[in-house]
Write a protein that binds this ligand. Sequence first.
Ligand code: PMP
Length: 407
Amino acid sequence: MLDIQTVRKDFPILTHTVYGKPLVYFDNAATTQKPRSVVEKISEGYYNVNANIHRGVHFLSQAATEAHEDARRTVQHFLHARSSHEIIFTRGTTEAINLVASCFSDEFLSAGDEIIISEMEHHSNIVPWQIQAAKKDIALRVIPIDEKGELCMESYRKLFSERTRLVSLTHVSNVLGTINPVEEIIRIAHSHNVPVMLDGAQAVPHTQVDVQALDVDFYVFSAHKVYGPTGIGVLYGKENRLDKLPPYQGGGEMIASVTFEKTVFNELPFKFEAGTPDYIGSTALAEALRYVKQLGLTAIAAHEQELLRYATERIQAAGQVHIFGRAAHKSSVLSFLLADIHPYDTGMLLDRLGIAVRTGHHCAQPLMKALGIEGTVRASFALYNTKEEIDIFIAGIEQVQTMFGKK
Ligand code: PMP
């Protein structure tokens, strides 16, 4: 069990007031707040261990290099990767997916090849593939969702063809909360000799991910959604998969030797890390993962599931509410519409009450189209949220309904 009141003390921003009301922060799927230890790690890094890494013989450079590589090992252990060489630091989920889309396409794709994605993908797992598709005439095959917001597994099975080259799916939907059956998804893909990339942006903060047990080929996530800093994220790839990909960007760090005639690329993971990496961000990410691990992902998930259950029950009781996403396995995301009230109106009125929710298409316009709506209101819960905050949120919902004459 988490001691939430103690946990909340680690997050100074949660004591803020907004328009004179206590802040209720329910926009965690967009980004999470940061514990003091993560923020301190950043300032401590700049104050005490700042020097460019990998190429310096001097003390500070070696200390900074050691901290950065230590952070890589922390990520490796967090994801249960076999080797730290399989952990590539990127700017975030988006850059990691772009890296794989670009490099995989360069090396392995030709006209007529097919990539399987799904109807519930974030734009960051659609657009990079479309960019490659436009260059090489590759086709996207899309798994539909059912009325509960779960992937139609029968359709998925039928999408495979001789030309399927990769399956690229979200682990957890940022709109519906659906936790996809990734073990089964991977098993089916591998039975066709097709590798799988999972977008773990919404999974890593809530569930224990074991890339070896999953046997997933590529796995990506962003630090800022798991209590870490912005501007850094991770691409995990099986060593033999990453080895076969060409570099993404050229520059310093990613080379073994350079002449005007020929460049020899560096080995993993550096081959994919051109330029000065965010070596302060990596240590802050590692600190965030330590923080989560110390609280325990099982305890975090149990707390968040209870918040989701309570919020779902209470919002349904408020009446005239349509919830989008009713998967059997769901993370702590509650997307909804109140009668015919526009989501922006609901969001803006809740904001005046100090409640931060997200409104709109959530970077998932194709999903909105499939649902036949323009957008939703999304409340997403994190480890520091409480039932008392949900009570404030429900009181806010009832106020919005009253204002619009829906009560
Ligand atoms: N995928 C999913 C499922 C997400 O929720 C997000 C963030 N909303 C992203 C990808 C993109 O993450 P980032 O903006 O940190 O690169």
